[in-house]
Design a protein around this ligand. Structure first.
Ligand SMILES: [Zn+2]
Length: 296
């Protein structure tokens, strides 16, 4: 008898939605989606260790550009909601690019990465997590977690403010979503705003998100001011709607959570649809924002 695959976020039995070939050689790998929070993950990812033996940079040519983009977002976030002298940790910061960029701007940032030599930030690398930081950031990390709830719990022990990027699932055509990257095998956890909201609720934090890529878990109440960190006018003027959207789920009641989640889910999907239509027209959303940011 086959045991049920439970959601790694909310523990609900998941539904098998499609199969993929991983790393061009592991066939018929099943992907499961949670009917409650929407979280998606492949079956037990036995290939992960092997996947990191490949040259990651070869399939991630946007790495530099993305780090500059995130640096600008972090600077806006700090300028508007924190102070310049806060302690910051880049969790799983890879080669240390983001730490380098923010150090160059005089921020008090350190880099932590269990698996990388972090060449660019070697003076500011830390070996162990053993102290608190005012802000922890992670760029493109959560989709690599094999046990997201557990990993997130560990990070949140050390901060009340966690800013991270990970792409939110599209509403349609999930099977062909670019972010699955099955050939590479390293992306194994895929979130919805509801699954992130569920985690924020669990850790008693406010959740702010652009409903697409950038997210903040925080004990602070930022109100609607969070829209200030928008990179440019892409959403405010061109698309004429707010990409950043506040979601607050500080509540211990499961019923309240359910109510909030279903309410948020509807709002999220409505707003997502506009971005998704861009994506379906072949516009790479990340590039679209970057181009806009640098005024091409
Ligand atoms: Zn779930």
């Amino acid at each position: 008898m086959q045991s049920k695959t439970l959601c790694k976020i909310c523990n609900t039995p998941c539904k098998h939605v499609f199969n993929k070939i991983i790393m061009t050689k592991y066939h018929n790998i099943k992907y499961y989606k949670c009917p409650n929070c929407g979280f998606l993950s492949p079956e037990t990812p036995f290939w992960v260790e092997e996947s990191y033996q490949k040259e990651a940079i070869s399939i991630d040519p946007d790495r530099l550009k993305r780090n500059i983009y995130v640096k600008n977002l972090i600077m806006k976030l700090i300028k508007n909601f924190y102070t310049d002298d806060i302690s910051i940790l880049d969790f799983a910061g890879g080669e240390g690019l983001l730490t380098r960029f923010l150090r160059d701007e005089n921020y008090n940032i350190f880099n932590y990465d269990k698996y990388s030599e972090s060449l660019y930030s070697y003076e500011y690398n830390i070996k162990d997590l053993n102290k608190n930081y005012d802000l922890i950031i992670s760029s493109e990390v959560l989709e690599h977690f094999s046990a997201p709830d557990e990993e997130l719990g560990k990070i949140l022990q050390y901060t009340d403010n966690y800013f991270f990027t990970t792409c939110i699932q599209p509403e349609n055509d999930l099977e062909n979503w670019f972010y699955l990257i099955p050939d590479n095998g390293q992306h194994i956890s895929f979130y919805t705003t509801n699954s992130l909201a569920y985690l924020a609720e669990k850790y008693n934090m406010n959740f702010y998100s652009d409903l697409w890529w950038c997210h903040l878990f925080t004990k602070k109440d930022l109100g609607d001011d969070f829209t200030i960190i928008l990179p440019d006018q892409i959403v405010r003027q061109k698309l004429e709607f707010k990409i950043f959207h506040r979601m607050s789920f500080v509540s211990n009641s499961n019923n309240a959570l359910k109510k909030n989640l279903s309410k948020t889910g509807r709002k999220s999907f409505k707003k997502y649809r506009i971005l998704n239509s861009l994506y379906q027209r072949g516009i790479n959303l990340l590039d679209f924002e970057w181009r806009n940011l640098y005024g091409e």
